[in-house]
Design a protein around this ligand. Structure first.
Ligand code: GTP
Length: 593
């Protein structure tokens, strides 16, 4: 146990976590990097450059004539997955806090750091990207010193790109991070910090042994789910799974036990031995709850069963995806899906498209609402279309978040204005360094779900970072806004908005839909209504859209291409009444100004 070091890397997005991880693996001879980055193995992750699922890998490192085992536990870098981050951090004794020397401390640096401090991790600050000409090592070091209360000499300067400073980082891991503690002779207590789905072996759960030891073929109990399994195979995570007969206190390893679906294994659960059970589970276990919901509908009605099968397959390796069948007058039969956040939703949408070739329409995402009736009973509603009549509602509560925004002083005014327009309440404002400020806002999650981040980025010219965590439900004056096309209400376009914004919102929805609906052979009336009252109206004038008109005869291949394009464009259309509505229109509300 004395020669084990369990650590993770925490950083704001793009500050160089994956690149540094690769360098460490390379320097310890664990892998030879040829191209690409090793830790992100899903296609999609590569494209997005975001580590979606955490993994762990074991390295060996020589120090003072001894061989040390270094377990690097990778953490996902996005707020949607912050519970997973917290469990990975809980499995470590130390962390590298990586800060980009050209960017300085950002919102996620701080939120991840708090988690690390909460779990008593030894923190090694690393100033990355020191090779870049626009690096500001002194300023950023000052920020880190301010943040951690450490000495300048504690900060390691490095470049994950050139490899500069990587040896010093490895030395610091061994020297500064404490070895795991725990009692080898106590009953087994192992923390599950991640799990992955393998089509041949089922679920592989990753764990860290906090107390005791585990052997192959032992009967084990997952404490929170109360399920028993046989440990068919246990081992450590090298480049591949590397089986072992036994694993001991402080080790990081994996278990294969014939579990078929991800929903059976909960991150944060405790593994113990059936014959020698631990007294209690490791603290901090939570059931992750979806935060964002949206309708997912097949374009062709007959694809409904296939969509169900695809969602079931996705859920095999992504337990945080939830879905239940629902129907929409406008869209037919589909599913209401629950996601951890917007990024998670986009990932699922893309995976449906790529892995299952499922062409779907997704509706505007919304949060879950607590609807209280006159008798004080509460119902949870995941779809604005499913709201009871206004007359039956006593009050509505919606989820709130505490947001942290770090930006330069120049942008404070614009950001405050934005937050105000999103119903934000300023809680605190504090300086990170000379010209950078951290703003804390309480805001409805619903406002974040809709285009907040994009707006923040654009008004701050990219100089604002953002992070948030949920702080519970609060009462709000919300009302349902309906959209009608040629007099037909389109339930999939219904939204809940705050009373004060509803008229403006309805007007903008109509204007936006007018831009998005293609002209057809008849006029289309677009109306926004609250209850029976129409509050806005626009008309799309009739005309047949002839895409080839702009080709002025001539080039036939270009004409064919355009027609092809139009055909493809058509595929993502849904017929509502007699109106063809493109996918874009269902997301119209996301792009309102
Ligand atoms: P997420 O997984 O999205 O959180 O990003 P990350 O923190 O893992 O960042 P990643 O390692 O993907 O690096 C982001 C970008 O910065 C990549 O283009 C890297 O090549 C580049 N980069 C990382 N470290 C350095 C460095 O030390 N110097 C320079 N010049 N570029 C670096």
């Amino acid at each position: 146990m004395k020669k084990i070091r369990n650590f993770c890397i925490i950083a704001h997005i793009d500050h160089g976590k994956s690149t540094l991880a690769d360098r460490l693996l390379e320097r310890t001879g664990t892998i030879q990097i040829t191209e690409g980055q090793m830790l992100d193995d899903m296609d999609l992750e590569k494209e997005r450059g975001i580590t979606i699922k955490s993994h762990a890998i074991q390295m060996e490192y020589q120090h003072g004539g001894e061989t040390y085992t270094l377990n690097l536990i990778d953490t996902p870098g996005h707020v949607d997955f912050s519970y997973e981050v917290s469990r990975s951090i809980a499995a470590c004794e130390g962390c590298l806090l990586v800060v980009d020397a050209t960017q300085g401390v950002q919102a996620q640096t701080i939120s991840n750091l708090y988690m690390a401090i909460e779990h008593d991790l030894e923190i090694i600050p690393v100033l990355n990207k020191c090779d870049m000409i626009n690096a500001m090592p002194e300023e950023v070091e000052d920020e880190i010193v301010e943040l951690l209360g450490c000495d300048h000499s504690d900060i390691l300067r490095a470049s994950a790109k050139t490899g500069e400073g990587v040896d010093e980082i490895l030395e610091a891991i061994v020297e500064r991070i404490p070895c795991p503690t725990g009692d080898e002779d106590a009953p087994l207590q192992a923390l599950i910090f991640d799990s992955v789905f393998n089509p041949f072996r089922g679920i592989i759960a990753y764990f860290k042994i906090v107390n005791g030891h585990i052997s192959t073929n032992e009967q084990v109990l997952f404490v929170n789910t109360k399920k028993q399994y046989q440990a068919d195979e246990i081992g450590v995570l090298k480049m591949d799974l590397s089986p072992r007969k036994e694993l001991h206190c402080g080790d990081v390893g994996y278990i294969v036990s014939g579990i078929k679906t991800a929903t059976e294994v909960k991150v944060g659960d405790t593994i113990t031995s059936v014959s020698n059970q631990c007294k209690e589970a490791i603290s901090g276990f939570e059931e992750v709850k979806p935060m964002v919901f949206a309708g997912v509908y097949p374009i062709e009605t007959e694809d409904f069963e296939q969509l169900r099968a695809s969602l079931e397959k996705l859920q095999l390796n992504d337990a945080s995806l939830t879905f239940s069948p629902e129907s929409s007058v406008a869209l037919g039969f589909g599913f209401r899906c629950g996601f951890l956040g917007l990024l998670h939703m986009e990932i699922i949408q893309e995976r449906l498209d790529r892995e299952f070739n499922m062409n779907v329409i997704t509706t505007v995402p919304n949060v879950s609402y607590h609807i209280f009736n006159k008798h004080g009973e509460m119902a949870e509603v995941h779809n604005p279309a499913g709201m009871p009549d206004a007359i039956e509602i006593e009050h509505i509560e919606e989820p709130y978040i505490r947001a942290s925004i770090i930006t330069q002083t120049d942008y404070i005014g614009a950001i405050m204005k934005l937050c105000l327009s999103k119903r934000g309440e300023l809680v605190k404002q504090e300086y990170v360094s000379g010209n950078r400020v951290e703003l804390h806002y309480d805001m409805p999650l619903a406002e974040i779900v809709i285009d907040f981040y994009d707006k923040l980025k654009s008004i701050s010219k990219g100089y604002a970072s953002f992070d948030y965590h949920p702080i519970g439900f609060r009462p709000s004056k919300l009302i349902k806004l309906d959209i009608l096309l040629n007099g037909e209400p389109v339930d999939a376009l219904s939204t809940l908005t705050h009373v004060d914004n509803s008229v403006y919102f309805g007007r903008r929805m109509c204007e936006r839909l007018k831009e998005l609906l293609p002209r057809q052979q008849f006029d289309i009336a677009i109306q926004a209504a609250i209850g029976a009252k129409i509050i806005a109206r626009e008309t799309v004038k009739q005309v047949r859209k002839d895409v080839t008109a702009k080709c002025y005869g001539g080039d036939i291949s270009r004409k064919r291409k355009l027609l092809e394009k139009q055909k493809r464009g058509k595929k993502r259309m849904k017929e509502i009444g007699n109106v063809q509505v493109p996918q874009k229109a269902f997301l119209a509300v996301l792009k309102l100004d």
